[in-house]
Design a protein around this ligand. Structure first.
Ligand SMILES: [Zn+2]
Ligand SMILES: [Zn+2]
Length: 78
């Protein structure tokens, strides 16, 4: 996992999952909106950039996709 720290994400305070207004940080110190404080707690971390991943539905079923997609295309199997 990359340990690259991107302060721009924190300054903008956008939810790591939906890009809405973040109101808090989760345990992984990622900004999240009220709706996603729980969702993100269960999500694995992106192997590419280290932020929480979001559940996605693809051709071959469910998988975890990086919440920063399309700027990051990290994925994990569920
Ligand atoms: Zn959100
Ligand atoms: Zn990523």
């Amino acid at each position: 996992m990359s340990l690259t720290y991107n302060p721009a994400r924190l300054i903008l305070m956008k939810c790591s999952v939906c890009s809405g207004n973040a109101v808090a940080y989760n345990k992984a110190k990622q900004p999240v909106c009220g709706k996603h404080t729980r969702t993100i707690g269960k999500a694995p971390l992106c192997p590419e950039c280290g932020i929480a991943m979001a559940p996605r539905l693809g051709k071959y079923g469910n998988f975890w996709g990086c919440a920063a997609y399309p700027s990051c295309d990290g994925i994990r199997k569920m």
